[in-house]
Ligand binder design. Structure first.
Ligand code: ADP
Ligand code: MG
Ligand code: MG
Length: 251
């Protein structure tokens, strides 16, 4: 599904190298988790994959279903099936949440060669999915993320993901700032989307989200490199020994 090879990334504006040769393959149907200390490059990886400006790939490749995504515009990557749930969801004043979702869903359907959803069908689906995430009608009417609490923003990201049904879902610290109940809602939303045709890359700082979203593979990113890969037990090891302990062990 997603194949990253020897990815090196630096900042465009500065001579700061952030990713120093990342290799990672997420197979369809699998959930991979990336954990790592603050500043290790987790968000940078998600930004580079989704096409944010300001980063330069100096070496390596990234493909989605065999297609090179690094040369694509962000909207082309989305059309190819990539989705990123932001660590810091963006507020979009003046754009109603429902309008935003409908426009995005129909653009996605168009890219896949499918017909637009009728207004009635769209409403039915969005209400059902919003309800599961405890997003009320009022939040659907308000401008995207404007005045939403931290937890509401994160749940809104998952609603977007559920509506778009991407092939490859990247979640960047969707658990941070969530209380236990909201985290359960988010995890349920992710688990409902788990499917043989879909891959997940779940970036998290803490192990607790992985109690609810059982990963198949766990990677530790430290200083721009994956220093260790293992099963779910690796997340527990980090919880018990910290990243410092792990770095020392690897060194
Ligand atoms: P993480 O998500 O693992 O906490 P980031 O990818 O956000 O890490 O950041 C990795 C490193 O790159 C940090 O040292 C961060 O300060 C730096 N960095 C990332 N983006 C920028 C930017 N646009 N300008 C300056 N420094 C940046
Ligand atoms: Mg960070
Ligand atoms: Mg980050």
């Amino acid at each position: 599904m997603l194949e990253i090879k020897n990815l090196h990334v630096k900042l465009e504006e500065e001579d700061k190298v952030i990713l120093k040769g990342v290799d990672l393959t997420v197979e369809a149907g699998k959930v991979h988790a990336i954990m790592g200390p603050n500043g290790s490059g987790k968000s940078t990886l998600s930004y580079v994959l989704s096409g944010r400006d300001g980063y330069e790939v100096t070496e390596g490749s990234a493909t989605l279903g065999g297609e090179d995504i690094l040369d694509m515009e962000p909207e082309e990557r989305a059309a190819a099936g990539l989705f990123l749930a932001f660590q810091y969801p963006v507020e979009i004043p003046g754009v109603g949440n429902m309008t935003f979702l409908r426009t995005a869903v129909n653009a996605q359907r168009k890219a896949r060669g499918e017909e637009e959803l009728s207004a009635a069908d769209f409403l039915k689906v969005v209400r059902e999915k919003a309800k599961a995430l405890e997003i009320d009608a009022n939040m659907l009417k308000r401008p995207v993320n404007v005045g939403f609490s931290g937890g509401e923003k994160k749940r809104n990201e998952i609603l977007q993901m559920a509506m778009l049904e991407p092939k490859m879902c990247i979640l960047d610290e969707t658990d941070s700032g969530l209380d236990v109940d909201a985290m359960k809602l988010v995890a349920d939303g992710v688990n409902a989307l788990r499917d043989e045709g879909r891959g997940f890359l779940v970036i998290t700082h803490y192990q607790r989200l992985l109690d609810h979203i059982k990963p198949d593979v766990v990677h530790i990113l430290s200083d721009g490199r994956i220093i260790k890969t293992g099963g779910p037990e690796l997340a527990l090891e980090v919880e018990n020994n910290g990243y410092a302990g792990l770095k020392a062990e690897v060194a």
